[in-house]
Every structure is written in C-alpha cells, then in structure tokens.
Design a binder for this molecule. Structure first.
Ligand code: ZN
Length: 210
C-alpha cells in the first residue's frame, strides 16, 4: 500500500509529494528545502529510489541535486523541457529567486511504469511547458499534474514553450478521461477532483467535457 505525504517547499511553497511503501519512497517535484525531505526520509527509514519531475520550472526542481546526492536517487524528467534549463524559468536566479543547483536527469517516457511493485502511468500533458508530465496512480485514485490544472484554475502559458490551446487539450484528453473520483494533486494550492474541476473550473464551463 502506498502512502502520500505532502510538503509545501521553497520560495513559492510548491507542493512536493512523497509517496512511499514501508521502506521505499519516490518524490514528485522537490521544489526546495531538500533538508526537510532528507530528514523525513531518514526519520521514517525510507529509501528514496526516484525523483519524478512534472516539468522543469525552477520552483519544482530546486531540491533535485541535493536530494539525489544525499539519497542516491535517480532523477527523471521530461527531455522536451531540457531547453528550459537555459532559460531563467529553469535556472532561477531572477527577481531574487534562488538559482537552481545543477543536476542531470534521465528522460521519463509516457506509458506504464512501476515503483516498488505499484503501477503508475506517465501521461504527456503539454501546455504549461512542452514537456509537462502528469503521474497517475490508479491505486491511490490520484493524479499528480504539476502546473497543468489547479483548483478552479489552470497553469500559466506565458513562459517559454507555453500554449493555452495545447494545455486545454491535455486536460480534456488525458486528465478528464480518468475516473471522475480521481483526486487532482497540483503543484500549488489545494487538491481537487476531476469531477469538481469538470463542474466548477471556469476554463471548462462550456459543458462539452461533462
Ligand atoms: Zn511551472
């Protein structure tokens, strides 16, 4: 059985999700303050195996380097976002935001994957960034979407590679087709569900999707 622990980390209080079994863990979007994660993993005798990144914006990846180094975990992220590391939204360091500690990563392909015997699905959900991914865990009835869709809102598309039409299509074709009781865990703010967002998200109120 997988358990979920939520941390709000870094200057933008980005939601970081730690999923774990009795002794193995994965982390989604370590946005900063890696020491908090490292301490929690240690206190609970959890072996961090992988770090999954929904996309390569600085506020989701600040903790990658330190966390991977401290725990020996692999870093997985979308190759299609690699170009963002050469822009300030990836590298950070603008407007007094911290610089992103350097790290390398392996590409994370769309499709079925498994973690400690638990299946999850990587969904390509571009729009906020070209490489944006969502992670669907059927067993948890949960999808982790990064900055694709939020409680009653959607992600910005005015950063490099962003595209609102593509984002709307990703939500419609990849997220709204999941069971409607599925919980949506976003990169910022509270959780929601697919049913709630179909009914109340102002970006999807033409009723085509219900
Ligand atoms: Zn973002």
């Amino acid at each position: 059985m997988l358990k979920t622990k939520i941390f709000a980390l870094g200057v933008l209080q980005t939601n970081c999700y730690l999923l774990h079994t009795q002794n193995e863990a994965l982390v989604i979007d370590p946005g900063g303050e890696p020491d908090k994660l490292i301490r929690y993993l240690k206190d609970n005798s959890l072996d961090l195996q992988i770090i999954l990144n929904t996309h390569l914006h600085f506020d989701h990846i600040q903790g990658n380097a330190n966390l991977a180094e401290a725990c020996g975990a692999r870093i997985l992220a979308p190759e299609a976002d690699r170009f963002l590391m050469d822009t300030e939204v990836g590298s950070g360091g603008f407007m007094d935001f911290p610089e992103t500690p350097a790290f390398d990563f392996e590409d994370l392909s769309e499709g079925a994957h498994s973690f400690a015997g638990h299946e999850y699905h990587v969904l390509a959900t571009p729009g906020h960034t070209p490489g944006s991914l969502s992670f669907y865990f059927p067993e948890l009835k949960a999808v982790f979407v990064g900055d694709l869709i939020f409680h009653r809102s959607v992600g910005r598309t005015d950063f490099p590679g962003g595209d609102m039409d593509v984002l709307i299509k990703s939500v419609r074709d990849k997220i709204f087709i999941l069971p409607q009781e599925t919980m949506i865990y976003s990169g910022h703010g509270p959780q929601s569900s697919i049913l709630e967002e179909k009914q109340h998200n102002p970006f999807f109120q033409d009723k085509k999707f219900i």
